[in-house]
Design a protein around this ligand. Structure first.
Ligand code: F6R
Length: 624
């Protein structure tokens, strides 16, 4: 949520910042800005634009190239509004009233009203409605008071601020100096050759083109960055902190659309390959033909995981839907009681957590503020925290005691697709491996599911081949005002996910329901105008869902059915269907979700909407 970039070194900063902002635009896109500096005591060059980064880029291109080459320090921001409407005035960077400091900020300063009143009392005036402007004035207050020592001023200000922040500050008097800090909002510093230049980002994606050596700032740490010198880091109490330099490796091709019109479509089509990556080195066929699952997280924490009598899954959004599937997998294969909680509710609800509990936190970004807070709560109660995360080196990956990366590569489209199937794959491997260790799954069932799991990539390809058919089907749904998605058992969370995908990118209201719940209320909505997407694949509940479909049809509801290949019974019942290959019921979500993703995608494209950057949303929700 909101993207930060920064550069300090010998190159022209503007092109590096603009490129970085484009790469981070998925985190927020209602306005953007950069501040540049090069010569001591010269006023900052400030550019801001409402809307997309391309609007900002057009403004920045007016700078004369000789001048641009001399502006070798800069900070930039792409915004997802929290305080104040999207506008140039509210866009970052914000300058202090003295004009001596410029700041970009992600997060929320919760006590900003109180601080604003205090600063007003000292004569500070404010132009914007943002909490960020209050923070830069607060830093300025201490800066002026303490002989313009920026590091000290930042730590004094942050000691007064309550809330979450990732910030980068630059000072007019010294263009060779940046100060960065974080609390509950990520910030990464990339180190250039011989410390001659540094790159900053709210995640590593804009940095990897220039360097693989990075520092992930920890909470309440402040970094002092000056070219030619190694970064020094202090804690909020001004004591020195250790500097841990890590290697980061991101496939740069994942950051481009690779010939697809949208990241979302590319990411949908990448799924067979992503699932192979998720399973690589983990689902292993031995020479005798039998399968085993190797998860280092399980080996290292086996005793604690086996002892767990209670698992709590915490997550938000799509990851929460994956958690609902995880519950069924773990209960079926491990016979352990599992609860699935919205992280945002769990963190404030005084939940019962016991020392032998295992809390599984699921997150694509690894930066979701509520999930991170839920982890902290679980840890404070002594539970083992197990992360299922995509963002390598992310805050959640680092906060968890152990865990498994899903390894599906950067997900850029705001609507999550490949992360969902990656999360389910990891949950399946975890449930299988744990069930095997506990002896709660028979060897025959274990071998059967493992072997079917390895066929998922090729079966996904078969489903994706129906893209054209789904595109045609989507045509008539663009006019719908409401959708109902129905599923049962393992397909109930898929119905929730299908509805969420459609809502997010097509702005059509949609609800997911367990199919049998329909007659307890939602059936009142059914008429011939309302499309009802029903997942009716061959499993234990097949005949039950056929009855639910008949209930819909007797009320003139129009059904789009997701069925098992060759199911003539349903084909005779409905005029519109998409077939998926037959697979063990616990693996069906990995296939049945694909038509849902494609349907949402095509409906949104046909409505002329921006599927990668839907209105009001942002990737990586780093505010609560
Ligand atoms: C839906 C979507 C969101 C995220 C949610 C959690 O398409 O992207 O609902 O799933 O914000 O995000 P992560 O998984 O990054 O914790």
């Amino acid at each position: 949520m909101c993207g930060i970039v920064g550069y300090i070194g010998h190159q022209s900063a503007a092109p590096i910042l603009i490129k970085g902002l484009h790469q981070l635009e998925y985190r927020g896109y209602d306005s953007a800005g950069i501040a540049l500096s090069g010569k001591e005591q010269q006023a900052f060059h400030l550019f801001k634009a409402k809307g997309k980064v391309s609007n900002l880029e057009a403004k920045v291109s007016s700078v004369d190239s000789a001048e641009s080459a001399s502006l070798t320090t800069g900070i930039g921001h792409t915004r997802w509004a929290t305080h104040g409407e999207p506008s140039e005035t509210n866009a970052h960077p914000h300058l202090s009233m003295s004009g001596e400091l410029a700041l970009v900020h992600n997060g929320i300063i919760e006590n900003y009203q109180l601080l604003k009143e205090q600063l007003s009392g000292y004569g500070y005036q404010f132009k914007s409605q943002t909490d960020t402007e209050v923070l830069v004035q607060l830093i300025d207050y201490f800066y002026q008071k303490n002989g313009k020592q920026l590091m000290k001023a930042v730590s004094q200000a942050l000691n007064k601020a309550i809330g979450a922040y990732a910030i980068v500050v630059m000072e007019q008097s010294n263009p060779n100096h940046l100060v960065a800090a974080r609390k509950a909002s990520p910030l990464v510093i990339g180190i250039g050759k011989d410390n001659e230049e540094f790159f900053l980002g709210s995640d590593a994606t804009p940095l990897v083109e220039y360097t693989h050596k990075v520092i992930y700032l920890d909470d309440e740490q402040i970094a002092d960055i000056q070219p030619g010198t190694a970064v020094t880091i202090t804690n909020l109490d001004e004591s020195l902190a250790n500097v841990n330099i890590k290697d980061v490796d991101i496939d740069i091709s994942a950051l481009s659309k690779g010939g697809f019109p949208h990241f979302m479509q590319k990411e949908i089509f990448e799924q067979p390959h992503c699932i192979e990556n998720s399973m690589r080195g983990r689902v292993i066929q031995r020479e005798d033909g039998l399968y085993e699952i190797k998860l280092s997280a399980l080996t290292n924490f086996k005793a604690k995981l086996i002892r767990a009598r209670h698992v709590i899954i915490v997550a938000c959004g799509t990851s929460w839907h994956a958690g609902l599937i995880g519950k069924q997998l773990i209960e079926e294969m491990c016979r352990i009681r599992v609860e699935v909680e919205y992280a945002s509710e769990f963190r404030y609800r005084n939940p019962v957590i016991e020392k032998d509990d295992v809390v599984i936190a699921i997150s694509q970004s690894g930066e979701t503020a509520d999930t991170l807070a839920a982890i902290q709560l679980a840890k404070s109660e002594g539970a083992l925290v197990f992360g299922i995360v995509n963002g390598v080196g992310s805050s959640i990956a680092r906060a968890a005691d152990t865990g498994i990366y899903i390894h599906v590569g950067p997900e850029i489209g705001v609507a999550s697709t490949k992360a969902f199937t990656g999360q389910i794959t990891v949950l399946t491997m975890l449930a299988l491996a744990l069930g095997n260790a506990l002896g709660t799954i028979s060897e025959e069932k274990f071998q059967n599911i493992c072997s079917q799991l390895t066929t998922i990539p090729e079966k996904m390809e078969m489903v994706l081949k129906q893209n054209d058919k789904i595109e045609q089907l989507s045509e008539r749904f663009t006019y719908a005002k409401n959708f109902l998605y129905l599923g049962r058992g393992y397909n109930y969370p898929v119905a929730l996910e299908g509805a969420l995908k459609l809502k997010e990118i097509s702005y059509i209201h949609a609800e997911g329901y367990p199919a049998a719940e329909m007659k307890h209320g939602p059936i009142a909505l059914v008429d011939k105008e309302m499309p009802i997407v029903t997942i009716a694949t061959h499993d234990e509940l097949y005949h039950k869902i056929i009855s639910n479909m008949q209930e819909v049809q007797s009320r003139n509801g129009s059904i789009l059915a997701i069925i098992t290949e060759g199911d003539d019974e349903v084909k005779r019942m409905v005029s519109e269907y998409v077939e998926i290959p037959s697979i063990h019921s616990c693996l069906v979500p990995l296939l049945s979700v694909l038509p849902m993703q494609l349907l949402a995608y095509h409906v949104a494209v046909k409505k002329g909407l921006n599927v990668d950057m839907p209105r009001n949303l942002a990737k990586s929700v780093t505010v609560e």
